[in-house]
Write a protein that binds this ligand. Structure first.
Ligand code: APR
Ligand code: PHB
Length: 394
């Protein structure tokens, strides 16, 4: 089998890249370890920056997003019982975000890929990239017990944090930067109307909480929990009780509770690998970096990597500009580190780190007091939240 770009992983990174390339006439094949249904069963984030929305439009997958997604021009911070609105549009010259679930983005991209007739091979085992430094790299994989070989020009490693792509880079060629936080997020999805029109990020002495949504009838809530907590120990009732204690009283009074559709605990981590390329292998999205979810940047960073690699591939195949390939990693990393900083800062400012108030606790309180009472402070949040501009290739 032969293609121009072999894509490993059919998450949002791989599917979006594949769709954009296919529409430019660049042939690609996606190899995915799991089934399509499994990929769609994963509940992930739901806030899209303008840059990602524009890229989805360019990929031709904007119809359902426009019908069902919601444009938000503000987001709220709650500090104990005090509510502060971050006027995203007002503070950024009119920029907004789109609330539309990653699961829906993935479903739309899968359908578009089917419609355009591009190849995705699901349920592949032992996917392995080879000869990354040569002009003729290839990927081997097993499907239904048989081994296959996919020859290509380039390999896009879109296989997430636990994928094979990053692990295929020989030791000594990449450096990993990591910070693991001493807590996780317990998330609950329910078919109940959201408690407010906008997302609420709540700092509280019992721990952080987030009120988010998927639609007018489906809500997503999170609470900070210790790393050793087990989902089984959190009945829906216990979750709702704890959430209510952490959000402002007037918000808690409006909360509509109901049975959970999904409940899970995710650890929080900051992670970046440098560089994001090795020969003709490019790492994209979660394969190269992880952010804690407090800034809603994970999916959006994946989209900005896709944007960079896509435009690079178009330059290569349409203009013969192979010289730009060397810029992939540094172009992506500039924006990634800024989003890492924002995600780390929001996480540090809003979570509970110690049981007894210490110096860091007081710094956190002073910072929140400053930021929420200063237009400069709120503008910092707003411009990062809506997304910093995409970096240019040259
Ligand atoms: N071979 C083939 N496919 C693999 C392999 C492998 N060895 N390892 C992982 N995969 C697949 C996974 O099954 C998954 O479907 O790669 C895909 C990676 O998808 P994601 O983890 O969703 O990563 P990405 O597409 O970069 O998405 C960006 O944004 O909101 C965040 O973390 C969230 O998933 C989200 C991410
Ligand atoms: C979500 O809706 O799942 C969500 C929203 C915003 C975040 C993180 C998660 O910052």
């Amino acid at each position: 089998m032969k293609t121009q770009v072999a894509i490993i992983g059919a998450g949002p990174s791989g599917l979006l890249l594949g769709q954009l390339l296919t529409r430019q006439g660049i042939d690609n094949v996606i190899l995915e370890r799991k089934s399509g249904e499994y990929v769609l069963s994963r509940i992930r984030a739901g806030v899209l920056e303008q840059g990602m929305v524009d890229l989805l439009r360019e990929a031709g997958v904007d119809q359902r997003m426009d019908e069902e997604g919601e444009v938000h021009d503000g987001v709220e911070l709650a500090v104990e019982n005090r509510r502060v609105r971050v006027d995203l549009a007002g503070l950024t010259g009119g920029k907004t975000v789109m609330v539309y679930g990653q699961t829906e983005v993935t479903r739309d991209l899968m359908e578009a890929r089917d419609a355009i007739g591009a190849t995705t091979i699901y349920e592949t085992d032992n996917v392995q990239p080879h000869d990354l430094k040569s002009d003729h790299p290839y990927v081997t994989f097993e499907k239904d017990g048989e081994t296959h070989r996919l020859d290509c020009d380039y390999i896009a490693g879109c296989d997430g944090f636990h994928g094979i792509s990053r692990k295929s880079i020989p030791e000594g060629h990449i450096k990993e930067f990591e910070k693991v936080y001493p807590f996780g997020w317990l998330g609950l999805l329910s078919d109940t109307p959201p408690v407010a029109d906008e997302l609420i990020y709540a700092q509280h002495e019992r721990g952080f909480a987030l009120c988010s949504m998927r639609s007018r009838t489906r809500s997503r809530y999170y609470i900070q929990v210790a790393l050793d907590e087990k989902v089984e120990d959190w009945s829906d009732e216990r979750f709702w009780d704890e959430l209510k204690r952490r959000i402002p009283d007037e918000v808690a009074a409006k909360l509509v509770t109901g049975p959970s559709i999904e409940k899970s605990i995710a650890p929080l981590r900051s992670f970046v690998v440098e560089p994001m390329q090795y020969g003709n292998l490019f790492l994209v999205g979660d394969a190269a970096h992880i952010v804690p979810p407090t800034g809603a940047k994970g999916l959006n960073l994946a989209a900005s990597d896709v944007n960079t690699l896509y435009r690079l591939m178009v330059k290569v195949y349409q203009e013969g500009r192979t010289d730009l390939i060397a810029n992939y990693s540094q172009t992506c990393l500039k924006r990634i580190w800024k989003a890492e900083r924002f995600s780390w800062w929001m996480t540090t400012m809003l979570h509970k780190f110690s049981d007894e108030p210490d110096f860091a606790t007081r710094m956190q309180q002073a910072e929140l007091d400053y930021v929420t009472n200063s237009e400069a402070g709120l503008t910092t949040i707003a411009e990062n939240y809506v997304g910093l501009p995409y970096e240019s290739l040259e």
